[in-house]
Design a protein around this ligand. Structure first.
Ligand code: ADP
Length: 547
């Protein structure tokens, strides 16, 4: 027997319609590539999203066809989130930090029909436009008078000129909720990037879940700063969750440095921010020497790579900001777990609370997870046993987008579960902790050493800005860990001092065999350390006992 409730398809257009009706005066503030701060309301955002949908109709972009963005976090990008997806097209957000050849590759693979880009990225577009035959229209996200006549891009259009010619009314199509809405390519550290293709259903369910009190705890009273980019995994779904709650949105545009972020937090009375550790490192690096304080910031979600304890402590103890450690993946829309404390933790000592906060957290309703051994047998949730982490749920990929010309469909699932490639423990309370990417674990003498643990100890040293631990081949032990370190400007630490710093913090056999000082650690397009590149940098390196 079926239930007798109304059948209404979940849709992305309903989010912006809701925000317009119930939070029409709600603010969206953007630092623009033009250099100024732009302000408008959800009402105007909804109107302009409908104008954009009309533009796409006029250009005859068909349902399901891809419209790409190469843009910073800002109001025009937000309009694309709703105007493109809401009208039944698929928004392909492109990460401008990928190499130009890779950008051309993903555009061809996705068969993008139209590309809208911030003027900052004109050099990228110039470099690739002739290699992207599927693209019929190139649109600059600016006023007509800012579009250079000598851009070299045939028939380059102005977004503002296109919008202004259209009515602000539009009838959003009633789509099957499983219709594709947006797509994001993984950064593809090995092989070509693979695309997760999200649907209206997965996006709306994820937006609901992300807003929950034990997840991001979003409300119309919040002022939210997503520093995490809209060009990668939909800025962790924040644009959708913000529309769903009517929270004020503050977009940083290209201003990702510590000062720009700090100024925006204070100016716009931001209560809640989200970003990867490298961004917060820059923010703290600006605040400490200038003795600055936050007047409104209460919570910050940190994820994308492991958040070092020193950073959690700095936010919590020095600035009174609660850190919510989160874990997810492109293939998971991206949220999987988020670390909020349970009642039982509140009476713990600060040191014990920190042990919990360091974990990547509890599964969000909608995400099932398990850890398994190499034979696929499920492992216990005891907080000690580690295994390969598998997940499933309505916002986890089933298959990768195949694009054109690919012969074999890429079906990653194992008995319905998605293998994350992460190694983790799960404790009895359901708190998951990532030990490592499976390819980054250091395997020494039959034991596993978590490179994250070794890095966390190094970055707790006052002179260390960044640290990457990798395993080096060893004839007796298989691998031994070494730590590559970037020092903070003007700070000194020797190899011996740093190795001594590990005493009492790690078991003797886990202490790195050596320290390598570098000017920089190679970073990938999504702000993570690229250990494959680091291995290339250190290809001639030899462990001390093998020299
Ligand atoms: P990419 O597209 O760069 O592969 P994703 O954003 O999909 O990037 O990255 C997902 C991976 O990032 C996870 O599988 C995990 O290894 C790592 N990751 C994400 N959040 C955390 C975290 N809080 N702690 C440790 N690792 C994390």
């Amino acid at each position: 027997m079926l239930g007798l409730m109304q059948r209404q398809e979940l849709s992305i257009s309903s989010l912006i319609e809701f925000a317009e009706r119930h939070h029409g005066e709600g603010q969206i503030v953007s630092r623009r590539v033009e250099g100024d701060i732009h302000r408008y309301t959800y009402k105007e955002c909804a109107q302009r999203s409908r104008q954009l949908a009309n533009v796409l109709d006029t250009f005859n972009v068909k349902q399901g066809e891809r419209v790409a963005s190469i843009a910073w976090n800002g109001y025009r990008h937000m309009e694309m989130y709703f105007g493109v997806s809401g009208s039944g097209r698929v928004l392909h957000t492109i990460n401008p930090r990928m190499a130009p050849e890779q950008i051309a590759w993903v555009m061809s693979h996705a068969q993008d029909q139209m590309v809208c880009f911030d003027m900052t990225f004109l050099p990228i577009v110039k470099a690739i436009h002739s290699k992207c035959p599927s693209v019929k229209h190139w649109v600059a996200l600016c006023e007509a008078d800012k579009v250079p006549s000598d851009s070299g891009i045939p028939n380059l259009l102005s977004y503002e000129a296109l919008l202004v010619a259209q009515p602000t009314t539009y009838t959003w199509p009633e789509l099957d909720e499983n219709t594709a809405s947006s797509m994001c390519y993984t950064s593809g550290t090995t092989g070509n990037p693979k695309a997760a293709l999200y649907s209206h259903r997965s996006t709306v369910l994820h937006a609901y879940a992300a807003a929950l009190p034990d997840v991001m705890c979003l409300s119309s009273r919040d002022s939210i700063l997503p520093v995490v980019p809209m060009f990668h995994v939909n800025a962790w779904g924040i644009p959708y969750s913000a529309a769903l709650t009517g929270a004020k949105l503050v977009f940083p545009g290209p201003g990702m440095d510590g000062k720009s972020i700090y100024d925006l937090i204070e100016l716009e009375r931001v209560t809640y921010a989200a970003g990867v550790p490298t961004i917060w490192q820059m923010l703290l690096g600006h605040m400490e020497p200038n003795k600055l304080r936050f007047s409104t910031l209460k919570r910050t979600v940190i994820g994308g790579s492991a958040c070092p304890p020193a950073m959690i402590a700095a936010f919590n103890d020095q600035y009174g900001v609660e850190v919510l450690h989160a874990w997810g993946m492109t293939e998971m829309s991206p949220l999987g777990t988020l670390c909020t404390l349970k009642n039982k933790h509140l009476t713990m000592s600060e040191a014990d609370k920190m042990k919990v906060r360091l974990k990547q957290g509890r599964a969000i309703y909608g995400v099932d997870m398990k850890i398994v051994d190499s034979a696929g047998q499920e492992l216990p949730w005891d907080g000690k046993t580690y295994g390969d982490l598998l997940v499933k749920g309505p916002w986890v990929v089933r298959e990768y987008f195949q694009g054109v010309g690919d012969k074999e469909p890429v079906r990653p699932l194992i008995d319905g579960w998605f293998p994350t490639g992460d190694v983790a423990t799960i404790d009895a309370d359901g708190y998951m902790q990532i030990t490592d990417r499976s390819k980054d674990v250091v395997k020494s003498g039959g034991e596993w050493i978590s490179s994250i643990d070794i890095e966390n100890i190094a970055v707790a040293h006052p002179a260390v800005a960044m640290a990457a631990c990798i395993g080096m081949a060893h004839p007796k032990w298989d691998e031994r860990p070494i730590i590559a370190v970037v020092k903070k400007p003007g700070q000194e630490v020797t190899r011996e001092e740093l190795l001594a710093f590990y005493q009492d913090k790690a078991a003797k056999w886990q202490v790195p065999d050596d320290v390598v000082f570098l000017d920089a650690i190679p970073m990938g397009a999504t702000g993570k350390m690229q250990k494959s590149k680091l291995r290339e940098v250190l290809k001639d390196y030899k462990l001390p006992d093998l020299r």
